[in-house]
Design a protein around this ligand. Structure first.
Ligand code: ZN
Length: 603
């Protein structure tokens, strides 16, 4: 859909306000570009670049004499915050000399204008995303006014660090709590507890620490994700938000915009703080929540996904304020923000697989960092030497990662490898020679003179393990993947939508299983089956890995109006017969149970 959206959805089509038309003129054009630009340039795809260039050229060539950019029909700061993110990426890919003068003129205009027309609603709660662009420009021009602008954004923007220093939103946020009537969705209480805003907020501390130089600000990101996980965390790596923070029940939803924004925040937090745990969280989203909320061909997506998702239909749902279409797979279920915004997920993740270490101009400390793992190829320059690196892997499905390093001339530099927190017993060899066993939850640094053809082989341990969730329910994990029971699916088309369609999905199986396993035992899983990758990696039909576990049906666990009731408090008892059921990766199961009640031993 990313490559064709403008052909089938008028909101980013030829009449977009960001192309000078009279159509949608707010956030959707910039949202689309924020993902289309890295997609087009990472793929080096001329067709996609041409699509992006129409928006970029219009924006760069229609700056008003005042300095404001974008459609003249609104002067909202928020959509322009997104366009700044898009333009900075475009400049990094192309070096287009028009970008920096346009940004400079716009940000000077904003510094003059903000005292009279301060940040409001979305812009007030998402100012930290603009801060990244202000710092980006400062690093290129050194203009002191940009530091003044950073402080002004900080003083007008919502204080996310204070919100999480004394976190108050520990329960499911209801419409009654928000007193949400028409128009009140933009009140501060609603915006403070809004899922997408909180996903974007996670980067606030690290980004602001670049201005404040405060280590407490840097550490604020870890505090934020810890609170979100403690009170709203779900097995797929998300926090619940449908549309506001929604507690720990795995039948609550998470919005796709929040998935991709949280991923971007984690990428920024990892880059700025160097804390490898952000990489673990990033992979959990990238390999579970993100692909799990699309159809296999990525032509349809959900607004809300649920870890325990037993039906995607127009039935009444447990959402706080979202509408009945929110977990349908379609073009724009519930609301079209995700349709415009989801494109950034994969391309920015790909662009974050490798990072540079140390200050770029500090000489000897420069090196490469494997921040997350996926098949990729890197072309970069370290201290004037071209370095090419190829990563071959079927991670996250299989544990073997091969990195071939190919500098143009022999070059000494540290190559740092993120070792996930779960990866106890990882083995690394360089040209066949083992290196000391790395510590889980750290970066393993290999500092040597690299020569063309050097080979690093990493073997991550892919042992099944469990984690505890709501009502002491159990999730089964292996590497960065969460495993789910894939409920039989009946897909029923609701309506055609141009090049795509909207779908309801109904269950054809019973799903109310409790697991019979000893979480502490290494023998808890009956068997793991591995296959080579073929076809779409997250498709149920071709899933490269599955496992079998023992389970019993639990009659008292039912669904109401298309949503599973919360898993009963574990441990549970069942008089049903023991069966062996198959678990597949979360994203392969569009109807699924991911948080299971645990049977009493000998139950
Ligand atoms: Zn959205």
């Amino acid at each position: 859909m990313s490559g064709h959206l403008d052909e089938t959805w008028p909101d980013v089509g030829p009449n977009s306000g960001w192309l000078g038309g009279t159509g949608e003129s707010w956030e959707r054009g910039p949202y689309f570009l924020d993902g289309l630009i890295p997609l087009a340039w990472l793929l080096d795809d001329a067709r996609l670049k041409a699509k992006a260039m129409r928006f970029i050229d219009w924006t760069l060539e229609h700056q008003a004499p005042s300095g404001i950019i974008g459609p003249s029909t609104n002067d909202d700061w928020w959509p322009r915050i997104v366009m700044l993110k898009a333009l900075t990426q475009y400049q990094e890919f192309t070096g287009d000399e028009r970008v920096i003068p346009v940004l400079d003129k716009y940000l000077q205009f904003q510094l003059r204008e903000l005292p009279n027309r301060p940040l409001r609603d979305w812009g007030k709660f998402r100012w930290q995303d603009e801060l990244l662009s202000v710092i980006w420009l400062y690093n290129r021009t050194g203009s002191p006014y940009l530091i003044d602008l950073a402080h002004l954004l900080h003083s007008q923007g919502h204080d996310w660090i204070a919100q999480y220093a004394d976190f108050q939103y520990k329960e499911r946020i209801t419409a009654e709590f928000l007193k949400l009537q028409s128009g009140n969705g933009l009140k501060d209480l609603a915006l403070s507890t809004h899922g997408v805003n909180n996903g974007q907020a996670v980067k606030t501390g690290p980004a602001w620490s670049l201005v404040s130089a405060s280590s407490a600000d840097r550490d604020a990101a870890l505090k934020m994700v810890s609170e979100l996980e403690k009170y709203h965390g779900l097995p797929n790596g998300m926090f619940s938000c449908d549309e506001h923070l929604a507690g720990l029940n795995p039948s609550q939803g998470s919005e796709l915009c929040t998935v991709v924004e949280y991923m971007f925040s984690l990428e920024q937090s990892l880059a700025i703080t160097g804390d490898p745990s952000f990489g673990d969280r990033l992979e959990r989203l990238a390999f579970n929540a993100l692909p799990g909320t699309f159809t296999d061909d990525m032509w349809a997506h959900q607004y809300n996904q649920e870890p325990n998702q037993v039906e995607c239909s127009l039935h009444q749902k447990p959402w706080g304020t979202d509408g009945p279409e929110s977990n349908l797979y379609g073009l724009e279920p519930n609301f079209g923000c995700c349709t415009a915004n989801f494109h950034q997920g994969w391309p920015k993740f790909t662009g974050s697989l490798f990072m540079l270490s140390g200050a770029q101009d500090s000489g000897a400390q420069d090196g490469l960092v494997a921040a997350a793992y996926a098949p990729c190829e890197v072309h970069t320059v370290l201290r004037g030497v071209a370095v090419h690196l190829v990563e071959e892997t079927e991670y996250p499905f299989h544990g073997s990662v091969k990195l071939r390093v190919d500098p143009a001339t022999p070059l000494e530099f540290p190559l740092q490898l993120r070792i996930p927190g779960w990866a106890t017993g990882t083995h690394i060899a360089v040209n066949g020679q083992p290196v000391p066993e790395p510590k889980p939850g750290s970066f393993a640094s290999i500092d040597r003179s690299w020569r063309s053809g050097d080979l690093i082989e990493i073997a991550f341990p892919m042992k099944p393990r469990t984690s505890r969730w709501f009502h002491d329910s159990i999730a089964v994990e292996r590497g960065p993947l969460v495993f789910s029971f894939g409920i039989g699916e009946s897909w029923v088309k609701l309506r055609d939508r141009g090049m795509t369609a909207d779908w309801q999905v109904f269950p054809t199986d019973r799903w109310n299983y409790a697991l019979s396993l000893n979480p502490d035992s290494s023998q808890m899983v009956v068997a793991v089956e591995e296959k080579s990758l073929s076809g779409a990696p997250f498709a149920r039909r071709t899933t490269p890995v599955s496992m079998r576990v023992k389970a019993r049906l639990l009659d008292e666990w039912r669904s109401e109006d298309g949503a599973a009731n919360p898993p009963p408090q574990s441990p549970v008892a069942s008089s049903d017969q023991e069966e062996t059921i198959v678990l597949i990766p979360y994203a392969a199961a569009k109807l699924r149970i991911s948080a299971f009640p645990l049977l009493k031993s000998n139950a």
